[in-house]
Design a protein around this ligand. Structure first.
Ligand code: HEC
Length: 126
């Protein structure tokens, strides 16, 4: 009976030690691991694949709908053939004449040419 009692408390002590070790180990892993916790392991791994990411459709639409500004259109279209000038290098009237020529050269739709002209004139020398 005495032996049984002793071995019983030995089992209890061993179990308690084991549980403590597991708890500390688990806590340490959670706190210091750079990896996401096991629950987040279902996210797709980073790849070089060209497949589109599964984002919310509203987010995609919002990005596609965002119109380009005149400044962006200017930097996209107007340095293809020559370095683009600073808007301050010409007057508003000069930019109007320049845009008449360069709209044709760059083959721009009227709406984009107007946006670029507005950007250039708002930031022009005079
Ligand atoms: C397809 C090529 C091409 C594109 C695109 C183009 N240009 Fe030009 N640009 C030229 C050429 C060639 C000249 C030389 C003068 C000429 O032919 O009128 C020139 C001259 C100019 C000049 C006068 C010379 C100078 O360096 O100051 C300005 C200003 C100018 N372009 C602005 C623009 C703007 C603004 C846009 C965008 C809407 C644009 N260009 C797009 C070809 C281009």
């Amino acid at each position: 009976m005495k032996i049984f009692k002793q071995s019983n408390s030995l089992v209890q002590t061993t179990l308690a030690t084991l549980i403590t070790a597991l708890a500390i180990g688990g806590l340490a892993t959670t706190l210091y691991s750079a990896e996401p916790p096991a629950g987040a392991a279902t996210t797709a791994p980073a790849t070089n694949s060209v497949e589109p990411k599964a984002t919310a459709p509203e987010a995609d639409k919002a990005m596609a709908r965002k119109p380009l500004t005149g400044a962006e259109l200017y930097s996209i279209h107007c340095n293809r053939c020559h370095p683009s000038r600073y808007p301050t290098e010409r007057t508003a009237a000069q930019w109007k004449t320049i845009m008449l020529h360069m709209q044709v050269r760059a083959n721009l739709p009227g709406s984009q040419a107007r946006q670029i002209l507005q950007y250039l004139q708002e930031n022009s020398g005079r």
